[in-house]
Every structure is written in structure tokens, then in C-alpha cells.
Write a new protein. Sequence first.
Length: 308
Amino acid sequence: MKSIKILAPATVANIVCGFDILGLALNHPQDEMEMRCIDKPIITIHHTDDFNLPLVPEQNVAGAALLALINEYPNKNIGFELIINKIIKPGSGLGSSAASSAGAVAGANYLLNNYFGKTDLIRFAMNGEKVASGVKHADNIAPCIYGGVTLVRSTSNLDIIPLTAPPMYVTVVHPQIEVKTSDARQILRKEVLLKDAIQQWGNIAGLVAGFLQNDYELISRSLEDVIIEPIRSILIPGFDEIKKQCKEVGVIGGGISGSGPSVFMFSKDETTANLAEQIMKAIYNKIGINYYTYVTTINKDGVKITDC
Ligand code: HSE
């Protein structure tokens, strides 16, 4: 049976104010996978990276997503062999688990002649997020599958809206500290004040309108999170300083990528994006924390599949 290669992009969930509902795909970094369909109901997973991720399908995010897909496929005599080379570090806040699960189900669907639709694939991949963080959020998976910027209006009755956005550079710093998504969710308050909710709704609506109208000023004004960021930013050394200094050199805005610890900034031009990168590097050099940085753009295509 034929083999395919899969590239699954990193994603920035939340996009500051849209906790669990907004996300976008990045052109860099991307996970690499190889996959084959077999005529036995077995899933085998092999990792060529050093992250020591579980290989039992039920405990592996890609495996859990594939099991959900197989469960809804009429021919029960199918299985998959999957080789994953994770380039997106687990726990980075760059949608590492989503890339594995979305990449796996998109690849499987390609091998099954696109039997399922994109919404089905997102639904299957959400089982991987459940394994990773205990919650079936879709704000990383949706942009990974669709590319671009996506809005998850509802997860109970899955409703994904792909959004257009103006061209933007995205600068990302991934400080080498561990922030588990489950922990970063645990520390959040379970209730919000009405006044904060109103401000947040205004920002989310403003951000979506800004994306659709290519209005950089409106995007900039709307990149404000009064609910999640004040709590989570405490886990990220240098966060306030990165934001302050990046604003001073003219970035559009930014904040925590997903549940962190990565931090991202949007810029209109490459020069500003590179300046933001220099600021991030200088801040973590000073603090003494190792890091990776990426200067990239929004990935319009999502998971990419090619025949071997
Ligand atoms: N929306 C999720 C969170 C994304 O912020 O917890 C996790 O990557």
C-alpha cells in the first residue's frame, strides 16, 4: 500500500483574547510524519524524535485521534503505520499535540480517499487534545487542518469558521521552561467578572473584524486579554518586558501562544519582526534562559500531504 509524507504546522491558539476559540497556523516549525494504511485493525506508532512520547495508541495523541477515525469508518479491517518526527517541541504552546493528531487524521483521510470532511477530522483530532490536556479544545486543531486563522464558534456542535487575515509576520520565542497545558488551565479562575467579560467580547469581536477588514490598527487595539493573560503571564519570565519593548519598536501586538510558555508578536513588515526577535533574544540572554526563536508568516494551507 502507498506511503505518504505529512507536514503538520505549529499553531498559535487563543490569539491573545480568544481563549479556546481563535487560532492560526504558522509556516514554521512543522512536524514531519510518514504514514501507510494496512489491512489489519492495528495502529503502530514510531517516534524518530527524542521526546519519549507514549507509543500505545490510546495514550498517544495521534493514536487516540486515529482510533476515533477508524471507529467511524465502515471497513473495520484497516489500520495505520505512522512514523512521527516531532519538530514542534511538546509543551511549547505551539500546538505540538494538535500537529500530531491533526496530521495523523488528515493523512489517514487522504489514504482513505477523503472519505471524511474537515469537520469530522477536527472532531477526531480533538480526542488527541483530550489525551494531552484533558480537554477537547479545537483552537489548535482547526487552524492546523484548515490553515490560516480560524474561529471555533462551538465545540459541542462543532462549528468552525475560517477567517481571512491581512499579511503579517509572526515572531515567536519559545523559552526552554516547561508549562503544561493542564497546569496552565488549572490555575485559571472558573468565574469572570461581567465587566471583564464585556471588555473581552469587545476585543474578540474587534480582532475578528480587524482580520476581515485588513485593519491593522483595529487588530492592534483588540490584542488585549483581561481574563487569561494576567494569570498565565506570571508563569513566563520576561513576558511583560517582551511586550513592552516589542510595542516600542512598532509590532502590531501579541501575547502568550496557546497556554505558553511561547510568546508571539505580529508585525506588518519583516524588519519589525526581526527587531522583535532581537528583543526576545536579548531578554532571555539577560535572564539566562535558553530559547528558540522563529520569524515566520501565517500558513494558509494547513496540513500538507505528498505521496512518497
Ligand atoms: N486554548 C488552549 C489553552 C490552547 O489556552 O489552554 C492550549 O494550547
